[in-house]
Design a protein around this ligand. Structure first.
Ligand SMILES: [Zn+2]
Length: 103
């Protein structure tokens, strides 16, 4: 068994536990803006989603982000995030391939 500890986070849509690098972080800033945080460095309350558009759609349908961020996320914010999500999906997958130094 591997000794290296991989921090696990739960996808708020499908409830699967995964390592952080496989998840996309959505963050609510102290100002209340909700955005996608690819680098995982933004301040604020975060929620994690699998790097898949299908999981975002699930989150939108079940309003999982509302619960995870304890805030009401307006439908147009979900729409905006979904577009951003699809945009970053490619970048995210590319970055994952690049940094797959283990496994
Ligand atoms: Zn998921």
């Amino acid at each position: 068994m591997r000794q290296r500890k991989i921090p696990l986070r739960k996808c708020v849509a499908c409830q699967q536990m995964m390592s952080k690098r496989e998840l996309i972080r959505v963050v609510r800033s102290p100002e209340g803006d909700i955005s996608i945080d690819l680098k995982g460095k933004k301040a604020g309350r975060g929620a994690y989603l699998c790097g898949k558009a299908s999981c975002f759609k699930l989150a939108k349908k079940s309003r999982a982000l509302d619960r995870a961020l304890s805030v009401t996320v307006a439908p147009d914010i979900y729409d905006q995030l979904e577009q951003d999500f699809i945009k970053v999906e490619d970048e995210f997958i590319a970055g994952k391939v690049e940094s797959s130094d283990e496994s």
